[in-house]
Design a protein around this ligand. Structure first.
Ligand code: DUC
Ligand code: ZN
Ligand code: ZN
Length: 480
């Protein structure tokens, strides 16, 4: 009988399509067999537990350089610790580009930071200044090197791009075989409302939600999709906050446009009301788009069940509450427009999705795996190696206790940040062991991950990211 390096014995294996009891045989960090009565040099008993593909967090900000020269406080080292603690084994963070600078200005610095990663990672490339050199010189090299997703911001200083710049990047992505991820909010609408709020003396964190209501996100989502349709370039809409925005995606999908969408735990369990907490406390919940209202989560779950939204990412953002590069970087009295946006969520993502989704009957177990691992792997060109449990896939596995009741605290997050917006949230379901390429990297909350152990994952062009071959008037302006 074949002797595997490790066998995970008797767990309930869950993939995006199936649930069954089996053993998993691992050799050289890769799943070699899924079967019965497998024999291994090391045997891990998983009876009574679920065995899931390691989570893939396809939207998280790690050790990212900001326009003001500060760097996110979450390093690749601490992000890996938090990710492994929560059952995630692959991250896709963002390499920056700033206006007036080539991609190369920060590429080697970011690659050097990432090279210290204990966790496997792919990369998105932020594009803020799509010059001719970027589009025709740098992007072809980036994309052929495996960075196949470009992030565009339709709002945010200093990142936001005009519609013309967005169109040029869509066209380049089409020519070169990349996907485009879009932050959809209307820059001018937010600026206009924010100025009015400040003039009215409404400087507190709660004004963040008022400055950017749903329609601001909805308009930009419609525009992002319409321009992508014009180019025939598939796009992915990041962090959808409510059903009204998902509706724009669904309408486009119904007419055949290749657009996908994700949401994040903050839109499933937080509301704008949290930002009205006394003093600066509200800043802990400030992210963009804003968390919405109590009824909005139900609409998001409906959009997930309909397949309109098929990924749940964390949009983890490492801004501490009190640290020098965090929420108080512009002073403790900064008005709401000067407080960095973003919430940490690497370790919480899988547990909140399981608890709010599977335990509360919003999704099935298989949908949970699809949303947290399989669909991100497929969408971002990692499938075949990551995102499922089958021979040939990396042995990135999570042994999950579906019954374990946990109250989320900052300590359970194991990140570098000094707070969690989910403090006190009760969840059912928690990882008891995480394996990355066959090595145990977390057991009962104890993470053992070595610097530099993570590998860069060059992404392939996924089917979802391939144009469909339909351009208005049969004229393909992207190819001229
Ligand atoms: N929104 C983003 O788009 N990125 C970082 C964090 C946030 O809130
Ligand atoms: Zn964004
Ligand atoms: Zn983000």
């Amino acid at each position: 009988m074949t002797q595997f390096d490790t066998v995970i014995r008797g767990g309930t294996v869950v993939t995006a399509s199936d649930t069954f009891v089996a053993d998993i045989g691992i050799t050289n960090g890769v799943i070699a067999a899924v079967g019965l009565s497998l024999d291994g040099a090391k045997v891990i008993d998983a009876a009574g537990k679920l065995v899931l593909p390691g989570g893939i967090d396809s939207h998280c900000h790690v050790e990212q350089l900001e326009g003001d020269g500060s760097v996110h406080e979450e390093t690749f080292g601490t992000a890996a610790r938090s990710a492994f603690a929560g059952g995630t084994t692959t991250l896709i963070p963002f390499a920056p580009q700033f206006k007036g600078q080539p991609i190369a200005a920060h590429a080697s610095d970011y690659r050097a930071r990432a090279a210290r990663s204990p966790i496997d990672y792919a990369l998105h490339q932020i594009i803020t200044d799509p010059t001719e050199d970027v589009l025709h010189g740098e992007l072809p090299v980036e994309i052929s090197g495996g960075v196949r997703s470009l992030k565009m911001f339709l709002t945010y200083d200093p990142f936001h791009v005009t519609d013309g710049e967005y169109l040029r990047v869509l066209a380049a992505a089409k020519r070169l075989g990349a996907t485009v991820c879009v932050h959809c909010e209307n820059y001018d609408a937010i600026g206009w409302r924010s100025a009015a709020l400040l003039k009215a003396g409404r400087t507190e964190p709660a004004s963040h939600a008022v400055s950017r209501p749903k329609v601001v996100e909805r308009e930009a989502t419609y525009r992002a999709i319409a321009l992508a349709e014009l180019v025939d370039q598939p796009i992915h809409i990041f962090h959808v906050s409510c059903a009204e925005v998902a509706e724009e995606i669904a309408r486009a999908q119904a007419r055949g446009v290749k657009v996908t969408g994700e949401t994040c735990p903050q839109y499933l369990v937080l509301t704008a009301a949290e930002m009205a907490r006394p003093g600066r406390e509200g800043a802990k919940f400030m992210c963009s788009p804003s968390p919405r209202d109590a009824g909005d989560a139900a609409g998001l779950w409906a959009a997930i069940r309909a397949g309109t939204l098929d990924i749940i990412s964390s949009d983890h953002c490492g801004y501490s509450f009190d640290g020098p590069n965090g929420k108080a970087i512009n002073g403790e009295d900064a008005d709401f427009t000067r407080i960095p946006n973003g919430v940490p969520g690497l370790a919480a993502r899988m547990a909140i999705t399981f608890s709010e989704g599977v335990v509360k009957g919003n999704i099935t177990l298989n949908q949970f795996v699809a949303l947290t691992a399989t669909n991100p792997a497929k969408r971002f060109g990692l499938y075949g190696r990551k995102g499922s449990i089958a021979p040939g896939f990396d042995a990135d596995l999570v042994i999950w206790d579906a019954e374990r009741a946990v109250t989320l605290t900052n300590a359970t997050m194991q990140h570098a940040i000094d707070y969690t917006p989910y403090e006190g949230l009760n969840v059912t379901g928690w990882p008891v062991m995480t394996m990355a390429r066959g090595a145990v990297v977390m057991q009962d909350g104890v993470v053992t991950a070595a610097e530099g152990q993570g590998r860069f994952l060059p992404a392939k062009l996924s089917d979802d990211a391939k144009p469909r071959g339909v351009v208005p008037g049969d004229f393909d302006a992207a190819l001229v």
